[in-house]
Write a protein that binds this ligand. Structure first.
Ligand code: KE4
Length: 428
């Protein structure tokens, strides 16, 4: 595969955009080399600036669940754009997508739309703090909720710890209110709660983690978090930016039958346009301005083009829930095929999967939290990434990411991918 044009475009981009990208993970820092510039995409395929066709397993980090340039969404956006692109005033469209989302997702009465997953999670935490009248939050090492200050925190030393900033610009004052827990470790969470009695407003969690690779909750973990929150008057926030409308029509709450107090959305809910959202029962959502005292706002929140894309996407998914089963079957097929060839090639690996989220970790031990995810052999991951890229397959340019399948993938695409995994892993 040739990437001459992409390399030229990257050199141009670096002159006027920091790092040449508008989001760091795109820069290939974790795998080496220079990023691929996309010219267009359709269905399961990306077409890059060098004329290469790539089977896409990232799908814009989740949104393109029905394939790139999904015709109903494209048409909806085109038609809406002809009527104006932004008004800063309410439109019926916002009520339509809000009502549909509320009908699809358990335990929510109202939803507020924003422009990104970061905004959704940031606003949800502010709402939780305002509603609960408490300052501290618990998040989990390795879980990512966007780049809002309260989330850019890593553990200090010791099991029970106050966070310390892991990005300049985040103040110690902010970090002190973020407590860091270990994913899939209920005892650790219980200890943090005991050490901060009546000070914790919320626990925010990816109910299926996708930012350490894919890490499903171990049996009882989410149920245990639910119980701990109920017993200690703490709000449970499910960050379903990745899992919402992907793992089931009602997300993880439906799939695993665990109730959150606030749910955050992004990615799929916007059908590929900038949309985030957060939702809860009316008692909580009514605390938001202009009804309640917790302030949150946005010029482009509920933007007509984004709402048209999102509504069309949700309608498509809601009209035919069999797509979730189809995605699960395709991902299971890919899982079984990769497992077979990696074993045959004596590779040390673990594959984590739930629904249409999957990741390959180059370590034979179970990957259940950030520490175990960090043990993966990154040299093999780099060979894996670039080897597959050379075969015309695009996976996440980092071992700490999940793959997101699209239902536009055919079984021929999956067989092609399995053969490529076999070929590449023979070089390890
Ligand atoms: P955005 O602000 O990027 O729309 O969403 C933040 C966010 C919140 N919660 C979860 C669970 C997320 O996965 C994300 C964003 N996901 C990353 C992929 N790991 C987006 C890719 C990027 O940062 O460019």
């Amino acid at each position: 595969m040739l990437y001459k044009r992409s390399s030229q475009l990257f050199a141009e981009a670096e002159k006027v955009i920091p790092g040449g990208v508008n989001s760091p993970v795109r820069a290939f820092k974790a795998v080496g080399g220079t990023p691929i510039f996309v010219k267009s995409a359709k269905g399961a395929y990306l077409y890059d600036e060098d004329g290469n066709r790539l089977i896409d397993y990232i799908n814009s980090w989740g949104p393109m669940i029905l394939g790139h340039a999904y015709e109903p969404v494209v048409q909806a956006v085109i038609e809406k754009a002809k009527l104006g692109t932004s008004f800063g005033m309410p439109t019926e469209l916002e009520t339509q997508i809000a009502a549909l989302a509320v009908s699809m997702v358990p335990n929510i009465d109202k939803i507020r739309f924003v422009n990104s997953g970061t905004e959704a999670c940031m606003s949800a935490v502010r709402l939780a703090r305002g509603f609960a009248k408490k300052d501290k939050i618990i998040k989990f090492a390795g879980c990512y909720h966007g780049h809002s200050d309260s989330f850019l925190i890593q553990a200090g030393s010791g099991a029970i710890t106050f966070g310390s900033p892991n990005s300049p610009g985040v103040t110690a004052g902010t970090a002190k209110d973020t407590l860091l827990a270990t994913y899939n470790d209920l005892e650790n969470v219980a200890a943090l709660i005991a050490a901060n009695k009546n000070e914790i407003a919320c626990i925010i969690v990816e109910p299926v983690a996708g930012n350490m690779g894919c890490i499903p909750p171990v049996a009882g973990f989410l149920e245990g978090l639910r119980q701990l929150c109920t017993d200690n008057d703490i709000l449970l926030i499910f960050d379903e930016v990745m899992t919402g409308f992907r793992l089931a029509a009602g997300g993880v709450q439906e799939l695993l039958n665990v109730n959150a107090d606030i749910v955050c959305f992004g990615k799929v809910i916007g059908g590929g346009l900038p949309v985030g959202a957060f939702a809860a029962r009316a008692e909580i959502m009514n605390y938001l301005a202009p009804l309640g005292p917790v302030y949150q706002a946005g010029t482009l929140s509920g933007n007509p083009l984004a709402m048209a894309a999102g509504l069309t996407m949700l309608q498509s998914l809601n009209n035919d829930h069999s797509v979730f089963k189809s995605l699960e079957e395709k991902t299971a097929y890919l899982h079984a095929g990769m497992d077979k060839v990696l074993r045959a090639n004596d590779v040390d690996f673990t594959i984590n999967r739930i629904g249409s989220m999957i990741s390959v970790h180059f370590d034979s031990n179970p990957v259940t939290d950030f520490k175990s995810a960090a043990k993966g052999d990154n040299e093999n991951f780099k060979k894996f990434f670039h080897g597959l890229l050379n075969e015309g397959i695009y996976i996440a340019p980092s071992a700490y990411e999940s793959w997101f399948l699209t239902d536009a993938l055919t079984y021929e695409d999956l067989d092609f991918t399995i053969r490529a995994v076999d070929k590449v892993s023979k070089t390890f």
